[in-house]
Design a protein around this ligand. Structure first.
Ligand code: GDP
Length: 527
């Protein structure tokens, strides 16, 4: 390989940032994503707006741009360029689409942006997604949104991050006033005041100051807010955490930004800081040790398989995260699990609705591969073979249904369908002990619907799903597992690898079982 190739690979890797936005529905994820895309290349291509002027554009303009450019913010992966960076945003479906895929997508991100509604604080879905990021130890950046509305006291929000999520924080900026009286933010790093002003609050002006004790700050904030601001900032300086880059990179400290996505306030500052602090693609664990993105042999793994994206074609798309080397269209790679070489002829990118064909791509990028049914979640593709990336974790399901086949004569197809859909990661399957009844476990309701639909469409089998009242699953690890101790509001089952799993109806039942079995470990993910 020539040095030129290596240099190019390094340059491409260093400029990439691949992240997911984690939030609870309604916190403003769609709004924030739109604003981020407006700053990026997606808009430069359209030739309509540049830089800060983007904030003058209302949602209707966005819709128009979306139509013209064929950009959909509901795409699975969105890519844009900004200040020499190439940014990949991985979509983590909220609302009805929440599923195990959402968790798996997080494994493909190098960092996460946690979006919080200032009035609501840390909500349920944010908490779940946060825990997955925490497990991986990736850096987490917090954007506290909707400062133009009456929200909670900023200190209470930071306290909540620590109490509920167990993460310490470093506020990068601090709000001056809130709700109707929101004047802007004080940027602690750049020592400047960013003002939220103009008739419609759409003008943003920046005043450089010598520190928060600069008389200019008082002039801008007014006596009342100034006193509060100084008090707050002094408290942060004295009692708050210090800015610590290493801790941020280890996911132990989250930089916090206050803003208002809908008004585009604080979004650009956030983006610029994020690009500076967030990591470029990092090495990934494999059976052959850590795989460096700068390794010139191409490698990647499949983290999501989406069926029937286009009902007319009934095709499947496997999403591959590139981990090392350069991807080129038409290249041959080893499909390690099956031990065969395959040609990657028609890879796709997802920004455009008319799926673009990708010619080349680099570590951190996600490509979509046409899947005639040869891929499973977690599969490794690489040049030359010889390594497999670590298996993707199995996440604790929260909804359970007993499943039976309506027509007993179709039992064989039923079993085949269940096996394949389980392997693909569509659902998790458990068996009761003794009776071998089949129980499906999922993270989101949509997974049941997809299962039912695909069983009928692809295997010709109608299934009957009966919802069960369990809410928690815990993998049990230990020597003495006594089924008798799991009878009250709970049930003992086995997963497909014959691991014992206990299902519980409520937290009380879970706690009781934990107390009764002090020698067992109750794991939230499969061991
Ligand atoms: P998602 O469900 O997280 O994707 O949230 P959306 O982006 O759809 O936003 C949910 C609602 O919050 C919408 O009505 C937005 O207009 C509104 N919203 C988003 N950001 C802000 C903000 O900064 N301030 C206010 N007041 N509303 C916002």
């Amino acid at each position: 390989m020539s040095i030129g190739t290596t240099g190019k690979l390094q340059e491409e890797v260093q400029k990439r940032r691949t992240f997911a936005i984690i939030s609870h529905p309604d916190a403003g994820k769609t709004t924030l994503t739109e604003k981020l895309l407006l700053f990026g290349g997606a808009i430069r291509l359209a030739g309509t707006v540049k830089g800060r002027k983007a904030n003058r554009h209302a949602t209707s303009d966005w819709m128009e741009i979306e139509k013209q450019r064929g950009i959909s913010v509901t795409s699975s992966v969105m890519q844009f360029d900004y200040n020499g960076h190439r940014v990949n945003i991985l979509d983590t479906p909220g609302h009805q689409d929440f599923s195990e895929d959402t968790y798996r997508t997080l494994t493909a991100a190098d960092s996460a942006v946690m979006l919080i509604d200032s009035a609501k604080g840390v909500e349920a879905q944010t908490k779940k997604l946060f825990q997955v990021c925490r497990q991986r130890g990736i850096p987490i950046f917090t954007f506290i949104n909707k400062l133009d509305r009456e929200g909670q006291n900023p200190f209470d929000l930071l306290e909540e991050l620590e109490q509920v999520l167990g993460i310490r924080s470093y506020p990068m900026n601090w709000p001056i006033g809130m709700g109707k009286q929101f004047c802007g933010v004080y940027d602690r790093k750049l020592t400047q005041v960013e003002l939220f002003q103009g008739d419609d609050h759409k003008e943003i002006s920046v005043r450089k100051v010598s520190g928060y004790d600069d008389p200019v700050v008082k002039e801008i904030a007014g006596e009342y807010f100034y006193d509060q601001l100084v008090q707050d900032l002094e408290l942060l300086d004295v009692a708050g955490d210090e800015f610590d880059y290493e801790k941020i990179r280890a996911g132990e400290l989250t930089p916090v930004f206050f803003g208002s996505a809908i008004n585009n306030f604080g979004v650009q500052t956030f983006l610029e800081n994020f690009l500076q602090l967030a990591p470029s693609p990092t090495p990934r664990k494999s059976t052959a040790g850590l795989v460096d993105p700068l390794n010139e042999k191409f490698s990647g793994y499949i983290f999501k398989i989406q069926a029937n994206m286009n009902p007319a074609h009934r095709d499947r798309i496997a999403f591959l995260r590139i981990c090392s080397g350069k991807f080129e269209r038409g290249m041959s790679v080893k499909h390690v699990r099956v031990g065969k070489d395959i040609k990657l002829a028609q890879p796709q990118q997802f920004l455009a609705q008319d799926r673009d064909i990708v010619e080349d791509a680099y570590p951190g990028d996600i490509i979509g591969l046409f899947d005639p049914g040869i891929f499973r979640i977690g599969d490794t593709l690489c040049q030359g073979g010889g390594l497999e990336f670590d298996e993707l974790p199995t996440f604790s399901p929260e909804l359970f249904s007993k499943v039976t086949v309506k027509n007993a004569l179709k039992h064989k197809q039923f079993q085949k369908g269940v096996d394949q859909l389980t392997e693909e990661g569509t659902i998790q399957v458990f068996k009761t002990i003794g009776f071998e009844d089949m129980i499906l476990g999922v993270v989101g309701q949509l997974q049941f619907e997809v299962f039912e639909y695909r069983m009928k469409a692809e295997y010709g089998v109608e299934v009957q799903l009966s919802r069960m009242s369990y809410q928690f699953a815990r993998w049990l690890v230990g020597d003495e597992i006594d089924p008798g101790k799991f009878r009250i509001n709970s049930q003992l089952v086995k997963d497909k690898k014959e691991n014992y799993v206990a299902l519980f109806e409520n937290e009380y039942a879970l706690r009781t079982a934990m107390e009764k079995n002090p020698n067992l470990k109750f794991l939230e993910m499969a061991p």
